[in-house]
Write a protein that binds this ligand. Structure first.
Ligand code: TYD
Ligand code: MG
Length: 452
């Protein structure tokens, strides 16, 4: 008899090995590598995707436009690419407690209110607890069904009977398939269940949301193992202690991955933030030194945010450098440029940089605003409150033009800002506007001359 084929798979990150090992070299977890039969993992569900159909001429395939339905939450629809596609499977990932369940409870209620039959499957809480959660967001649709279940087989039976239009699985880590040997949450289980849910979604035209908790390594379900299997991957992100949440698409078979959705967590769930700039500037420290408004981008949206810096003489010993919301090595680089090219005696100081609202800015276009905030705090001279700053700074102290300057300027103008401090290279491409004053700068010294 032929020997049964097996392989060794890390249950936390999905890395495969030809033989057993005590520690996974990919994710460094101990005791997570187990032997699995090769036949077991792949075919579950995958085989059922097969329709047995012959090839068909491209021109003869009906329905070239994907059908979308609105979830009723505009920020979610935007990230999905204009609405939810029937028969698609959307993975929603994020840290525990960030608001994934809340978002999908709200989307479920909206869809159900719009006439769709929605089935919300929870493996994390009882139906009573889930009801309380729905009460909290004010849901009372007749078309909303909830089911506390972790067995994939039981869920499938119910789907076959109830035929929902929208299905929500909360969360994939709690489900198990009895066709797979390993425990719930393991890579083999996740793969098998996702493949099966994908087949159900496609076969029965059910728009399916699957919630997945991000593990400590930062990927959904430990691994990237699910991302390639599903149609769309969304991440809900935010910082602890801050109410702002961003929903971001990292993969979308039916739309762009540039869109973001903005939300605020409140007492009755997530509310949409249709004007993120106003949200971020609401509590700005007006007129105090070290505070600068930067024009950045999130996805395709221009976003004005307050960058704060505090530069104080170090109390002897090692100078401290702390950056929240921006890359600390970027801050170190900007400090070096200020020191060398603008003769600011800053190296012996403690430096703290913070982006207000718990946002993270990774764009080089915020360089100039960070540098301005640092200089402003160091000199203790406030930057004018009606000024917005953007531009990239090079190591030679030169200011470089950035993309999408007109959109940044338009956003600033909409929120009542009058002065724009921007790269020379961008200033020339902009049209004059009676309400706006442009200050094109070509280097770090020019920036300081304009400001102080
Ligand atoms: P939840 O949706 O359960 O997070 P996840 O499913 O991603 O684990 O949200 C949990 C947090 O959100 C919890 O700390 C409570 C808070 N929350 C509110 O602040 N307001 C609300 O209306 C709800 C429903 C939750
Ligand atoms: Mg949850």
């Amino acid at each position: 008899m032929a020997k049964k084929k097996t392989r060794f798979v890390c249950q936390s990150c999905g890395q495969e090995y030809p033989k057993w090992t005590g520690r996974c070299t990919a994710c460094n977890d101990w005791g997570t590598v187990v032997e699995v039969a090769i036949e077991a993992a792949a075919p579950v569900g995958a085989a059922r995707l097969s329709t047995g159909a012959a090839p068909i001429r491209l021109m003869d395939v009906e329905g070239s436009e994907v059908e979308r339905k609105k979830t009723g939450i505009a920020e979610l629809d935007r990230v999905l690419g204009g609405g939810l596609v029937a028969g698609s499977l959307v993975l929603v990932g994020g840290d525990p407690g960030i608001g994934k369940s809340t978002l999908l409870l709200q989307a479920s209620d909206k869809s159900a209110s719009a006439g769709d039959t929605v089935l919300y499957v929870t493996g994390e809480e009882s139906t009573r607890q889930t009801k309380l959660r729905f009460d909290r967001i004010g849901a009372r649709s007749q078309n909303l069904w909830i089911m506390a279940e972790t067995s994939l087989r039981a869920i499938e039976d119910h789907i076959a009977k109830n035929k929902p239009d929208v299905l929500v699985i909360d969360s994939i880590q709690t489900l198990y398939s009895d066709e797979v040997q390993s425990s719930p949450g393991s890579v083999s289980q996740l793969r098998a269940i996702t493949a099966r849910l994908m087949a159900i979604a496609k076969g029965q035209d059910i728009a399916t949301f699957v919630i997945g908790h991000v593990t400590k390594e930062g990927a959904i379900a430990g691994p990237r193992v699910l991302e390639h299997m599903v149609d769309t991957v969304l991440y809900l992100q935010g910082q602890r202690g801050h109410a702002f949440r961003i929903l971001r698409a990292v993969k979308n078979r039916f739309g762009s991955t540039d869109e973001i959705g903005a939300f605020e967590m409140g007492d009755s769930g997530l509310s949409e933030v249709s004007n993120p700039s106003a949200f971020f500037l609401a509590e700005r420290a007006m007129g105090s030194s070290g505070s600068v408004v930067a024009a950045s981008f999130e996805g395709t949206r221009p976003l004005l945010v307050e960058v704060q810096a505090l530069v104080t003489p170090a109390g002897g010993g090692h100078a401290r450098r702390t950056a929240v919301g921006v890359d600390s090595s970027r801050v170190a680089l900007l400090l070096a440029v200020l020191e060398k090219k603008a003769q600011l005696d800053i190296s012996g100081c403690d430096v703290f940089v913070n982006v207000a609202g718990g946002l993270r800015l990774d764009e080089p276009a915020v360089d100039l605003a960070i540098a301005a905030a640092l200089a402003s705090s160091h000199l203790d001279r406030p930057v004018p409150t009606d000024a917005v700053i953007f531009g990239e700074l090079g190591l030679g102290g030169e200011v470089r033009a950035v993309v999408s300057a007109p959109a940044r300027v338009a956003e600033a103008q909409q929120l009542g800002f009058r002065r724009l401090i921007l790269p020379d290279g961008n200033a020339t491409e902009l049209k004059a506007h009676p309400d706006l004053k442009y200050f094109g700068v070509s280097g770090i010294q020019a920036l300081l001359d304009v400001l102080f």
